[in-house]
Design a protein around this ligand. Structure first.
Ligand code: UDP
Length: 314
């Protein structure tokens, strides 16, 4: 079996490359390193089952030979990243989705799309089931990501309905773990880096907003199962950890786990920042017999160790 993974040098993409290779797949990884890093896949270079192509999927894609599964995971994913690359973000989840879907059609491959909890916007239904249509500001600063992901979902379903492509849309909620970029702007890398450097932890707004954090290994397990299992064509599945935390409590926990003397400082809230977010994962449990296993404290400790080492090497 041969898979194409776009965004292969990214946080999630690189872990997916590892997992598919471990399972005996041949992996073709693509990335243009806008937010991904060669460091994340350096250990795979020279591996007989891994091939890397430095490429921007916004352009027409062609590869020789059979491909069984296409996983489209390329896209700046942190709010800071997608707001600093707004047009590129929209291209990779419109033209990039179109190109990868067209490629899947040509190869008669299964197609797995990395969607996001951001399709629910600032949700008015809690927790969010897949049947919820969302509450997205179409012209706000986050819309470049949210609307591109929603457009991509619509494209996946159009290819599914018109061409019978076996598509699976995975709505991925907040995920954390080793290989996140220290400066990617997301809450966990920010807080850990700040705590380790003894700098103040920057809470946006009053910190009462909530998120639910899934450890990378749990997420990758869910994505792998959703990719290889038969009978899921046209399904939309939430993947995330349903344990919900206030951001202020995450800040306090990270200060505790790093033994840091850092203080917490409050900044103005970000525009359109969702106030609550928590996945309803009953569908993933039913279809994949999957649920996250790693408790937050444990996952954070592993992530802290990884960041500590990165800071030492920097
Ligand atoms: N956040 C924060 N301080 C930071 C970074 C993020 O308080 O230094 C908050 C942010 O306002 C949001 C939550 O943490 O409410 C999660 O933000 P993140 O950028 O990680 O991802 P999002 O879930 O918004 O996509």
């Amino acid at each position: 079996m041969r898979v194409l993974i776009t965004g292969a040098a990214g946080f999630i993409g690189s872990h997916l490359c590892d997992r598919f290779i471990q399972e005996g797949f041949e992996v073709i990884g693509m990335d243009n390193f806008i937010t991904g890093s060669p460091d994340n896949i350096a250990h795979l270079f020279g591996h007989p089952k891994f091939k890397f192509i430095h490429y921007n999927v916004v352009n027409y894609i062609y590869l020789e030979g059979p491909v069984d599964i296409v996983l489209h995971f390329a896209c700046p994913a942190s709010p800071a990243d997608y707001m600093s690359h707004p047009i590129h973000t929209m291209k990779v989840d419109s033209l990039g989705t179109l190109n990868t879907l067209g490629f899947a059609k040509l190869k008669k491959a299964r197609y797995v799309f990395a969607s996001t909890s951001e399709v629910y916007g600032d949700p008015t239904v809690h927790p969010q089931p897949e049947t919820y249509w969302g509450n997205v500001n179409p012209i706000g600063p986050r819309s470049v990501y949210d609307e591109a992901k929603r457009f991509s979902e619509a494209l996946c379903m159009a290819y599914h309905r018109e061409h019978g492509i076996d598509v699976r849309i995975l709505r991925i909620f907040n995920t954390y773990g080793p290989r996140m970029r220290m400066n990617d702007g997301r809450v966990i890398p920010n807080f850990i880096t700040q705590a380790l450097k003894g700098e103040p932890l920057t809470v946006y707004g009053n910190g009462e907003q909530t998120r639910s954090f899934c450890y990378i290994d749990d997420l990758v397990e869910g994505i792998f199962m959703a990719s290889v299992k038969d009978g899921l064509s046209g399904e939309v599945i939430n993947l995330g950890n349903p344990q919900e935390f206030r951001i202020i409590d995450i800040a306090k926990l990270i200060i505790e786990l790093t033994n840091s003397n850092s203080k917490i400082v409050f900044y103005p809230p970000l525009p359109d920042d969702p106030k609550r977010r928590c996945p309803d994962i009953s569908k993933a449990k039913r279809l994949l017999s999957w649920e996250p296993k790693k408790p937050l404290r444990e996952g954070l400790l592993e992530t802290i160790n990884w960041f500590r080492k990165k800071l030492k090497d920097a």
